[in-house]
Design a protein around this ligand. Structure first.
Ligand code: NAD
Length: 297
């Protein structure tokens, strides 16, 4: 009999991750509030259920990939949520990017209810989720990590068990996204300036690919999005903004002033207000280009 897994949150990341688990031979029970996501999941062979409570009843391994800490908290802690209804001994794996305190409190509550919890945020984007090349940053007990390692090996490539603190992966993931915030704006500013001077984007990309200015984000944002004039996420501006706000809180708690990092929160808030929130974050380029046009009129 096929082993059963539960997956809640079948969005840009959760859907391809669950598809990889289906392809590896698991029976995957899933739930998402979005009907389109559910249809895609079912079309790929997943078993779609009406509520997250129904998913929790089907399996002793429940995974989540949800947009914000608020949604994660609700899905886990509500009356009809995961914690109240999971079977004794269940393994709960949260792939979402949340605040470290939420990882810690979910772990504590899970433990008091006889459940096991791992905070396991991921990096590598939608492409990484599709090709199962994600980096997974896991925090939690060794035994729970061992139980989840088969799954991690299917959905990801570089798997790090970073310690028994359930929030250690999140802290590292948020540091990663601070860098992403910098690089995304750096790519936008560089390309808008280069275009204004009449330099060809492909030529710049070629030369910088052999220079220190290159970054994984330049590669991603330029080749996958800007060059194709495709701004479907990907990783949305709103999700990056959410993470930069989490970084700012984390830095405030650590007493570290983020000289540019704090300005990034305002910058991506403005992009969101301008209407780029649901676009891929690489649309920072479109916003700056638009501002240049207005200035040149
Ligand atoms: P997404 O918005 O595409 O997917 C989230 C899914 O959760 C959506 O399909 C939504 O309908 C569903 N959802 C919302 N509320 C729900 C609820 N109460 N019950 C069930 N489903 C619900 O977001 P995503 O890009 O897939 O990101 C998911 C998480 O992974 C986020 O925390 C994000 O920060 C993180 N992440 C994203 C990327 C990326 O490149 N997209 C990369 C690394 C990490």
């Amino acid at each position: 009999m096929k082993e059963r897994l539960g997956f809640i949150g079948l969005g840009n990341m959760g859907l391809p991750m669950s598809i990889n688990l289906l392809r590896a031979g698991y029976e995957v029970y899933g739930y998402d509030t979005n009907t389109k996501a559910m249809e895609q999941f079912i079309a790929e062979g997943g078993v779609g259920l009406a509520t997250s409570q129904d998913v929790v009843k089907q399996s002793g391994v429940i995974m989540t990939s949800l947009p914000t800490p608020q949604v994660v908290e609700r899905v886990y802690k509500a009356e009809d949520g995961i914690l109240q209804h999971a079977k004794q001994g269940s393994l709960l794996i949260d792939f979402s990017t949340v605040n470290p305190q939420l990882n810690d409190s979910l772990h504590k509550e899970a433990q008091s209810l006889g459940l096991r919890y791992l905070g396991a945020p991921v990096s590598g984007g939608v492409i990484g989720a599709i090709h199962a090349t994600l980096t997974i940053m896991v925090g939690g007990e060794q035994e729970a990590y061992q139980s989840g390692s088969g799954i991690f090996g299917i959905v990801g490539k570089n798997i790090y068990h970073l310690g028994t603190s359930p929030s250690i992966g999140t802290r590292i993931k948020l540091l990663n996204n601070l860098m992403i915030g910098f690089y995304t704006e750096a790519v936008a500013e560089t390309i808008v300036l280069e275009e204004a001077m009449g330099i060809k984007s492909d030529m710049l990309y070629e030369v910088l690919s052999n220079s220190y200015g290159q970054s994984r984000i330049y590669e991603r944002n330029y080749l996958e999005y800007m060059k194709n004039e495709n701004y479907q996420p990907g990783f949305s501006t709103n999700l990056l903004l959410k993470d930069l706000k989490l970084v700012k809180t984390m830095a405030d708690e650590a007493g570290v002033p983020l000289r540019i990092g704090e300005q990034l929160v305002n910058l991506y808030s403005d992009l969101s207000t301008e209407g780029y929130g649901e676009n891929d974050m690489s649309a920072a380029y479109l916003s700056l280009k638009e501002k240049c046009k207005i200035k040149q009129l």
